[in-house]
Design a protein. Structure first.
Ligand SMILES: N[C@@H](CCC(=O)N[C@@H](CS)C(=O)NCC(=O)O)C(=O)O
Length: 233
């Protein structure tokens, strides 16, 4: 039995965390049964991050490792329909989302004033109200450290938006007129792209990055298509 430990839904998307949404989308695409346990504190995970799963009682962390573990355990391959080039694209698209576009999303949620105003109460709802301002500052300090470590905070807000535009242009171009990043059928990269794009396009959050993502008509249509296919029930 798979138990998925993740944040609860918020902002009109099944998960406010692109990584949690990526993994649950993968589970649904694979047709695997799972139960969910909501957690608000990533430090409860074996690697200090969410999501993580338990598979027959054993904890596994990190979406890439979880996806690989499940594919080996249940003997399937979500990318079976892809040739070597397609597999290469799938890894590249996933890395673009996980390692670049998601950190930009984090910046515009947590460190940019407009985003932080909207996320702080929702994301800190598990924290007693009097402690929320101090915990908010603590989280912002941690996130600033993480994004500084990635080199992102050496750039101005406008330059970060420029990087985000490059990422969205790349995704829009790679999708082209295909229904999914996997082609006629979704592949593993669709889990990663939906995880972050739904959080930019379908989420009720208003940030300059969310606005920018919503200006890509094909990506908006893609999110609607994925939502109808994977999340309708
Ligand atoms: N590489 C990890 C990233 C997971 C991740 O960064 N999760 C975020 C939530 S979206 C988290 O738990 N952050 C807490 C932290 O970094 O301390 C994966 O693919 O699962």
């Amino acid at each position: 039995m798979i138990t998925l430990f993740q944040f609860p839904p918020a902002f009109n998307v099944p998960n406010v965390s692109p990584f949690c949404l990526k993994l649950e989308t993968f589970l649904r695409l694979a047709g695997l049964e799972y139960q969910i346990k909501h957690v608000m504190d990533p430090r409860k995970g074996p690697k200090g991050k969410l999501p993580f799963i338990t598979l027959d009682g054993k904890a596994v962390a990190d979406t890439a490792i979880i996806m690989r573990t499940l594919q080996q355990y249940y003997e399937f391959d979500l990318d079976a329909g892809l040739d070597a080039r397609g597999r290469g694209w799938a890894v590249s698209i996933t890395r673009l989302c996980d390692e670049h576009l998601v950190p930009l999303l984090v910046y515009f949620r947590w460190l940019d004033e407009q985003g932080f105003r909207q996320v702080k109460d929702v994301m800190l709802r598990g924290v007693p109200a009097p402690l929320r301002p101090a915990v908010g500052v603590m989280l912002q300090r941690k996130i600033r450290g993480d994004l500084k470590g990635r080199g992102l905070l050496r750039h101005s807000r406008e330059e970060l938006l420029g990087f985000a535009r490059d990422d969205l242009e790349a995704l829009d171009g790679m999708l082209g007129d295909l229904p999914y990043f996997g082609g006629a059928q979704p592949c593993s990269a669709d889990a990663a792209t939906y995880g972050v794009l739904a959080n930019l396009i379908l989420s009720t959050l208003e940030t300059p990055l969310n606005d920018m993502a919503r200006s890509y008509e094909r990506l908006v249509a893609y999110c609607d298509r994925m939502q109808a296919r994977v999340w309708a029930s």
